[in-house]
Ligand binder design. Structure first.
Ligand code: FES
Length: 142
């Protein structure tokens, strides 16, 4: 049985908003504590709206699909709206993920929080209130 929904397969094969933003206002860089995969998220903010978003992942198919769906959920949205986007929203929008792959959507949520934290640090000098990354980029040290 195919473990992935059509939506996941479609986003995996044809991911949206892949790449980098050179003059990004916030950059998230996060590694999954579960599998060590990495996701980077770049955001461009104008008048409190995420006018552009790009992501890159060195991760599995579910991470590619989660990052792609995340960018679709947050692009063009206000920071207030974007703050409400959780990994659960990403999973729902993908029509579900197999249990062992839910952490891949957490990587996407953490990349978003990390990018917003970076944006807040740069603009206000203070990080995103309540931001505590569940994962850090800890690749080779264990
Ligand atoms: Fe690592 Fe999916 S297995 S992000």
């Amino acid at each position: 049985m195919e473990p992935y929904t059509d939506k996941v397969v479609e986003h995996f094969k044809n991911p949206r908003n892949v790449g980098e933003i050179e003059d990004a206002d916030g950059i998230g860089h996060i590694g999954s504590e579960v599998c060590g995969d990495i996701m980077d998220l770049y955001i461009k903010v104008k008048n409190n709206v995420l006018v552009d978003v790009k992501y890159k992942t060195y991760g599995c198919g579910a991470a590619i699909a989660s990052g792609s769906m995340l960018t679709e959920l947050i692009k063009g949205k206000t920071i207030d709206d974007v703050l409400k986007v959780t990994n659960k929203r990403v999973v729902e929008a993908l029509g579900g993920l197999p249990g062992p792959k839910v952490h891949c959507s957490v990587l996407a949520e953490d990349a978003l929080k990390s990018a917003l934290n970076d944006y807040y640090l740069k603009t206000t000098g203070k990080g995103l209130p309540g931001f505590k990354p569940r994962s850090e980029h800890s690749h080779d040290e264990k």
